[in-house]
Design a protein around this ligand. Structure first.
Ligand code: URA
Ligand code: ZN
Length: 386
């Protein structure tokens, strides 16, 4: 992608996950999804997290089939938990700095009375990784919130993570406190995050109800439909709901970084606008008056988008919607490893995203450099070491 060490042209990966050892242990102890389980005949244990995978997990239970292409989930390699492996991956792809985050489904499934401590343990593990001598200056992180915990524990967690060196925000799924991100009960949490300049990295997990994929999906279509379409629609719906609920107006300092270039939001913002303006109910309620901020304004003022969309077509829509100064490169490591080549070498999923930036903004242009790293350094304050 570029040469490491050019101080003026840093390459930063803002969408890159890890499951630290304590979280892996938590998943290994479970018997329903999300879980990690060993299968006879498979070298690596399997990570089974997606709702769409639950069905194939049930099927495997009753069969002796052990061919790895038929096992549910994905193999848990060292790429998921090893700091050395993350740094090797960064070096291989010319990535100077990574802003790591716990991967889905975070602590969404943890019992209310355990969530606070679990979040502390996970966030402490991330803070320690970023403070390792081999990582200092190269790793920052998005923390995890104990969303199932009582409100006071949740707000205390915001106070905890803001004090952690190298923490630059929090990763958040779309379920919120159980009712989604347009839940008024979340507003105090958003206010606390905004007041502490913690960016919310909004990331999907739940997709869409599995019926929409039809009866053939589990057997024949792999993970394509939930990952390629369910994930981005989930993000789109979550942000549209926040917009309609007025969350962006209630918390004007809130900053959201949307995974996968905003799902389909850049492409559909015009349609959302039209549906708002032509909605009799909203008009009657006075919600479409002259003071209304449009989706387009929110996209340019409160939203950042990652560049994890794998094609210049989607990336151009993201640039048009939010501006090249609000777009940030990402890889989604350790997901989407190369299946036909060495995992220690170059990952095609990464080069596709880097190529898309070049094609959309021009090779070596200021805008391309900003997207590859400059924006992240500024927006997430990666030049500060506290
Ligand atoms: N699959 C997941 O479960 N999460 C990601 O972030 C990417 C792929
Ligand atoms: Zn991801």
């Amino acid at each position: 992608i570029g040469t490491i060490g050019s101080p003026t042209h840093r390459v930063v990966d803002v969408h890159t996950h890890m499951y630290p050892p304590k979280y892996i242990e938590l998943l290994e102890s479970r018997s329903s999804i999300p879980l990690i389980r060993k299968f006879a005949g498979a070298k690596e244990p399997r990570l089974i997290i997606l709702p769409a995978e639950a069905e194939s997990l049930d099927k495997t239970a009753g069969s002796t089939e052990t061919s790895s292409s038929h096992l549910p989930g994905r193999p848990v390699t060292t790429h998921y938990s090893s700091l050395a492996q993350k740094l090797h991956f960064m070096d291989t792809h010319g990535i100077d700095i990574s802003v790591i985050s716990l991967a889905n489904p975070w602590l969404d499934f943890v019992a209310p009375e355990e969530a606070g401590e679990a979040a502390k343990a996970v966030n402490q593990e991330f803070a320690s990784m970023c403070a390792e001598p081999s990582a200092v200056g190269r790793l920052f992180f998005f923390a995890t919130l104990p969303l199932t915990a009582p409100p006071e524990t949740l707000l205390a967690a915001v106070g905890h993570v803001r004090s952690l060196r190298h923490c630059r925000g929090v990763i958040l799924g779309t379920s919120g406190l159980g009712k989604g991100l347009d839940d008024p009960a979340l507003v105090p949490v958003f206010r606390a995050l905004a007041a502490n300049r913690l960016t919310v990295f909004l990331h999907p997990h739940y997709g869409l109800p599995s019926e929409v994929w039809g009866p053939r999906a589990t057997e024949e279509y792999g993970h394509v439909l939930p990952l390629a379409l369910g994930f981005p629609m989930e993000t789109t719906i979550a942000v549209a709901r926040m917009y309609l609920a007025g969350v962006f107006d209630q918390v004007p300092d809130l900053r959201l970084l949307l995974a996968h270039s905003g799902g389909t939001l850049p492409f559909l913002a015009g349609r959302i606008e039209s549906c708002v303006v032509h909605d009799g109910h909203l008009v009657k309620e006075g919600k479409v008056g002259p003071g209304r901020r449009t989706v387009w304004q929110v996209l340019r003022e409160q939203i950042y988008l990652d560049a994890v969309v794998y094609s210049e077509v989607g990336l151009k829509a993201a640039v048009d919607a939010s501006g090249a100064d609000r777009l940030m490169f990402g890889t989604d490591h350790p997901f989407f490893p190369p299946l036909g080549s060495d995992e220690q070498g170059e990952w095609e999923s990464v080069t596709w995203n880097a190529e898309a930036v070049k094609k959309a903004l021009g090779d070596g242009t200021d805008a391309a450099r900003a997207v590859m790293g400059g924006n992240a350094v500024e927006i997430l304050r990666l030049h500060e070491d506290s």
